[in-house]
Design a protein around this ligand. Structure first.
Ligand code: AQP
Length: 345
């Protein structure tokens, strides 16, 4: 089976979706629909690697689905579903638990950051998270994975797992007529001027759902007043904006706001600096507020509308899961044959 180009990516339903999720990932999901077959997943099994309130989890699964649709993802042309409805993700993850090496997982910086000092108390799921992520991608034998910069290391691990599986089972892969390699090497797509959106309160920290300060991020459901307040309060420095990119060095907050403006307006950073270079932040921030409200306002409004129609959202997820399962079960059957597990035929 030759690998065709296929896009897969996921977003965790773990709280407020923010501008980082939108610019780092969802905007690119939308663009790729024109050129690729795409599978976009609400990765709820990843969410429970940290305890989630059950009712809140159900709500956020629907909210992320609504964000996908409100941002312009077409669930009829492409596939949108939640991970737990396709059990092959968890099944393949187990096989990958047996392929990946402890040493590989020990190097994952996200686990170290999330587990913090109390590592003994972190869930086993949080530690094995990258193996499940590799399974998410490879159960569709996806070739391209649009993600933000923070997911680069996990993508490299998925490639290592694909390669080790292909090597460990090379004779069996050939014997079963799957060619030389069963899994493709998934390529990360980390593109655009905002692959790492930083906190509005601290330009050296990633904008994140779990930051205790709501002023650190712009949520997709924020209204115009909140967006305006957050942008006006965003940390900056006393210097005017530079006219060239070189002038953004060692100015993380300025760099972040310019990147956000560029990504929202569809311009390059040099274009933005040509327009605003030499000016004060106050003027730049006012224009940024107008831009952010005009881009995010309609998405937030549509999300609110969609989340009220739970029957519609649940039907989208069920339909997507049915279509995803067809592909995933084919891969899982092949994996069982390759590994030597007996399955019902
Ligand atoms: N700040 C960011 N800049 C650019 N891209 C980002 N992504 C997340 N934060 C940024 C990208 O969004 C996609 C979905 O992320 P996720 O929900 O799966 O997980 P996350 O990275 O754990 O999100 P958070 O906000 O950072 O959550 P916490 O606070 O729990 O750590 C991914 O493609 C990710 O790269």
């Amino acid at each position: 089976m030759a690998a065709k180009e296929l896009v897969f990516s996921g977003v965790q339903p773990t709280g407020n979706l923010h501008l980082g999720n939108y610019l780092g990932a969802i905007v690119n999901f939308v663009k790729l629909q024109d050129t690729h077959n795409c599978i976009y997943c609400v990765v709820d099994l990843h969410a429970i690697t940290v305890w989630q309130d059950p009712a809140e989890l159900t709500r956020t699964i629907r909210e992320v689905t609504a964000a996908f649709i409100a941002s312009g993802i077409d669930p009829k042309k492409h596939i949108v579903f939640n991970q737990s409805q396709v059990s092959e993700h968890a099944e393949l993850a187990w096989v990958f638990n047996c392929v990946a090496r402890l040493g590989w997982l020990n190097r994952m910086t996200q686990f170290k950051e999330k587990a913090g000092k109390d590592r003994e108390n972190a869930s086993v799921g949080l530690y094995a998270y990258p193996n499940l992520m590799a399974a998410d991608i490879l159960v569709y034998r996806a070739t391209h994975v649009p993600v933000g910069e923070d997911q680069k290391q996990h993508l490299e691990l998925a490639r290592d797992i694909a390669q080790k599986f292909n090597n460990d089972f090379s004779d069996s892969i050939r014997a079963h007529d799957f060619g030389e390699k069963f899994f493709p090497m998934p390529e990360p797509l980390i593109t655009g001027p905002a692959t790492r959106v930083m906190s509005l309160r601290d330009g050296t920290k990633k904008m994140s759902k779990s930051d205790p300060s709501d002023y650190s991020r712009i949520n997709l459901t924020d209204d115009a007043d909140s967006i305006a307040q957050k942008v006006r309060k965003a940390k900056t420095d006393p210097e005017p904006l530079p006219s060239e990119e070189e002038g953004l060095k060692n100015r993380p907050e300025a760099d972040n706001l310019v990147g956000i403006y560029a990504a929202l307006s569809g311009q390059s950073r040099p274009d933005v600096l040509r327009e605003f270079g030499g000016g004060q932040f106050s003027g730049f921030k006012s224009t940024l507020v107008d831009l952010a409200v005009s881009k995010l306002g309609p998405i937030g409004a549509e999300m609110k509308k969609l989340t009220q129609d739970t029957a519609y959202v649940d039907a989208v997820l069920a339909d997507g899961a049915d279509r995803a399962r067809v592909i995933a079960s084919e891969t899982m059957n092949a994996v069982k044959d390759i590994v030597g597990l007996i399955r019902k035929k």
